[in-house]
Design a protein. Structure first.
Length: 487
């Protein structure tokens, strides 16, 4: 029998009776793997009220030590149920087992511990001031939770990106209303069981399933009882959410899209650069906000680099994620597959040379209904081609030669986005110089997706608002209050 997934409100799963149900299909073979109950406006309101009660009750009064110990318990329980989380995320996304076990699930669990430790150890500022009567005054700052946080999540790395927000939000003492993407409901649901098991009070963690516009996502962002909204997703969705947040002058933190450049100098460690760009373009079937869709290669090694990347792209192994030999999964949905294939057609119309890929791979009959696309490389497009300018969010990139630092900096910055860059060179003086000149939130040198969670993360330009990570997350998830004491 097909499983039904329901929302989690005030520490309990809501019965599915009477709810509108939608299908969750497997991206691997297209079969309906679950039915999901869509939360209506009344459920959104119930979740917000539960969260507010939690803030006014035990959770709001809980000391930092105890709250942070609970966050460690959440991480430990996720680790104890590691296989359940891996299986759930694999089922939702179709991505290979090794990516789940090595990256997405362990990093997701770690988010709860890291931010608990940050919250316990960060000092607030204090100033002694002089006054005309000579007695002086003492100022000190307090950090208080912001209240009820709306957490709106995408489908591409659902557990990792959700916990990246939940870790600091909960460690700081807020309550949350989470809306996972309708494509990936499972790990957020499983986390409800974890919260109950370790004793997080009812109402602190709520999950509402559904869609964006006219559904749970929009209802959350419009609800006046939600004090702030953290969102990861497309730039145009961010614009809609910002308009909703303007009502009530509520704070937002946005991680949005990217059209990231990879820059490869002729003096790079060639094999490491090929491996690095291969990962940054094709990990998670290219569905990574930090991924590379524009690759600039210094002319002397352009053809050799193109051929080496082509060989790697043609060697991926498609198949079910549970099979440990497979290295490459499908896209998330039929809709996204159609979007990516639309760009594959557009690239040809815009005059690209297709180096490899460009279509759907031959799959065995049992996987033919999955959302597969080939890893794809192009050359020969103009700098103003839509394929070079718009975020595709698929396993594809355009390669273009360059001749000088100035030229490649101008090319890299010629975009409305500003999320990340990966830069490959053995000349570190050049790397420092370039990193300062490229308008992005994060530049990786001779690496990619290497994250120290204490560091600021976020995008410039259309790629986001605010920074998260380490103490930077506290800027959004707490209000700083000043206390001034006349001595
Ligand atoms: P979307 O913007 O389509 O959706 C993100 C979430 O917002 C979903 O849960 C969606 O619901 C919800 N939503 C949509 N419309 C509204 C609305 N009007 N009000 C409230 N909620 C709404 O993004 P995707 O899920 O397609 O994710 C891919 C995008 O995320 C890419 O652009 C990628 O670059 C970006 N991203 C950015 C990252 C970063 O750190 N900068 C990291 C990862 C991804 P539903 O989908 O269920 O309708």
């Amino acid at each position: 029998m097909t499983r039904t997934i329901t929302s989690f409100i005030n520490g309990a799963f809501v019965p599915a009776e009477g709810a509108r149900l939608f299908d969750k299909r497997s991206p691997v073979d297209g079969r309906v793997m679950a039915r999901v109950a869509e939360a209506d406006a009344a459920q959104v309101d119930a979740a917000v009220q539960a969260a507010r009660r939690a803030m006014a009750g035990e959770w709001g009064r809980m000391g930092t030590e105890k709250r942070c110990a609970l966050m460690h318990a959440v991480a430990d329980e996720i680790t104890r149920r590691f296989d359940d989380f891996v299986a759930a995320e694999m089922a939702d996304t179709g991505q290979p087992n090794h990516v789940m076990t090595h990256v997405f699930i362990p990093r997701g669990a770690a988010n709860f511990k890291i931010f608990a430790d940050v919250v316990k150890n960060v000092a607030t500022e204090s100033f002694r001031m002089e006054t005309p009567d000579g007695r002086g005054a003492l100022n000190y700052a307090l950090r208080k939770p912001k209240g009820v946080i709306g957490v709106i999540c995408p489908w591409n790395a659902p557990f990792l990106l959700m916990t990246w927000k939940l870790g600091p939000a909960l460690a700081c003492g807020n309550a949350v209303i989470v809306k996972p993407s309708e494509e990936t409901p499972l790990t957020a649901t499983l986390l409800g069981e974890v919260m109950n098991k370790v004793g997080v009070p009812a109402g602190v963690y709520n999950v509402l399933h559904g869609f964006g516009p006219g559904s749970a996502g929009e209802f959350i962002t419009q609800h006046p009882g939600v004090d702030a909204i953290t969102f990861t997703g497309e730039t145009r969705t961010g614009t809609a959410i910002m308009k909703a947040a303007a009502e009530g002058v509520r704070d937002v933190s946005f991680e949005l899209g990217g059209k990231n450049a990879g820059i490869v100098f002729a003096d790079c460690d060639f094999d490491a650069a090929v491996d690095g760009i291969f990962r940054s373009a094709f990990l998670n079937t290219g569905q990574v906000c930090l991924g590379t869709e524009r690759v600039y290669v210094e002319r002397p090694i352009f053809e050799r680099f193109r051929d080496a990347l082509k060989a790697k792209a043609e060697a991926v192994r498609y198949g079910r994620p549970e099979d440990h030999h497979n290295t490459y999964g499908p896209l998330i949905s039929r809709e996204h597959q159609q979007k990516v294939l639309g760009y594959y057609r557009l690239a040809v119309e815009e005059g690209a040379t297709v180096v490899t890929g460009g279509g759907i791979p031959d799959m065995p009959p049992e996987l033919a209904e999955g959302c597969w696309v080939q890893p794809t490389l192009w050359t020969g497009l103009k700098d103003d081609a839509r394929v070079v300018r718009e975020e595709i969010f698929g396993p594809c990139c355009h390669l273009r030669p360059f001749d000088s630092e100035d030229e490649v900096v101008a090319l890299a910055n010629d975009t409305d986005y500003g999320l990340s860059t990966t830069l490959w060179t053995q000349n570190l003086a050049r790397a420092h110089r370039m990193a300062e000149r490229i308008d992005v939130g994060i530049t990786w040198v001779n690496s990619w997706f290497l994250r120290d969670l204490r560091t600021p993360f976020g995008g410039s330009k259309h790629s986001g608002i605010g920074r998260e990570g380490g103490v930077h997350s506290l800027e959004f998830y707490t209000e700083t209050r000043n206390v001034c004491i006349k001595l």
